[in-house]
Design a protein around this ligand. Sequence first.
Ligand code: NIG
Ligand code: FE
Length: 410
Amino acid sequence: MELILKNIGVLATPVGNTAAKGKSQGEITLIEKAAVGIEAGRIAYIGLCERAPAADKTIDCEGRLVTPGLVDAHTHLVFGGWRQKEMARKLAGESYLDILRSGGGILDTVGKTREASEDELFEKGMGLLSDMLAHGSTTIECKSGYGLNLADELKQLRVAKKLGEHAQVELVRTFMGAHAIPPEYRCDREEYIDLVCDVMMPAVKAEGLAEFCDIFCETAVFTTKEASYILGKAVEHGLIPKAHVDEINPIGGAEMAASAGCLSAEHLIQASDEGIQALADNNVVACLLPGTSFHLGKDYARARDMILAGVAVAVCTDFNPGSNPNLNLQLPMYLACNRYRMNPAEVLTAVTLNGAAAIGRADQIGTLEVGKQADLVIWNSPDLDYIFYRYGNNLVNSVVKKGKVVAQNC
Ligand code: NIG
Ligand code: FE
């Protein structure tokens, strides 16, 4: 064996190669006094420490908790600038959509992203990714959507591709040209939709720049009718659909996402009972974003109702410069317990196996099982409960990606 992690106090992991739903979301495996053996970047042994095979190298976990590497299945990682000035505007009474309607919000970041060079975006992205890794995220989904024209959407995705080639974190890419209508198309939204579908999508696909396609379906952004048209085109172009739905207003977005064949639906704060049932019936993973509810001071998604209905729930950061500038997935994990009333085992599944399922990677990552990729977090924690209790601190001790130690805190 190449490497053994020995003296693991508790190993905690969901199991399986598909999203865990309903009761099974909370059914995880816990092994005390465990060890993990790694060979060629994959897990080759899981079991009791005393039965572990000999290895060339050993990491002594000194009684710590070990879990799968965290999968952050929803971020907007590549963007120019920041938007700290929006806090004062919100405190003065403007809503998130008011700011967007006035040309701020997403459109403010569009301006800054268009101005930024690929090198600038790359440097910034590398810094953010190393911060994410230090907080335990080993795989990250990354959306475009701050270019909103052909050249700048491609620029964002090319930067994301290069980041994936250079960073220790694994990146999966999502085209989100339908994130907002850019100012130059304000009076001709149909023309912009055609640009997204007939020009951007083929270009993204031809260059292999994205696997998924996402859309912001919301009042004053894209209607459910437009969203289902755009996602239908995405499928024609070989992109797997996802959708930001029912974040601010209940407009039947969850139902739309289910009937458009989305792999995941995002936000879902205002999803209706029918929408939740449609997600369950169509195996759509719910990517819930409690950090966004927290930062915007909004309601929290009905995670318990979703789990009861048999929807697989993932929890992600939504890291972006506006609605949630926090990249530490440990904070949403805490909020999922504290606000959604999910228990630690359900949340662990949400940020590992179900996050992996939301990006089509559940057969490779998201659990600690023999044959899976060796992505693990060693926590400064004696058990699983503690990491959902000492909120606000980075509790990661070290991070292993594909069998290599890639981050070490103290
Ligand atoms: O998921 N809601 C739409 N898009 C992002 C926010 C983007 C922004 O505010 O820059 C989200 O919250
Ligand atoms: Fe988002």
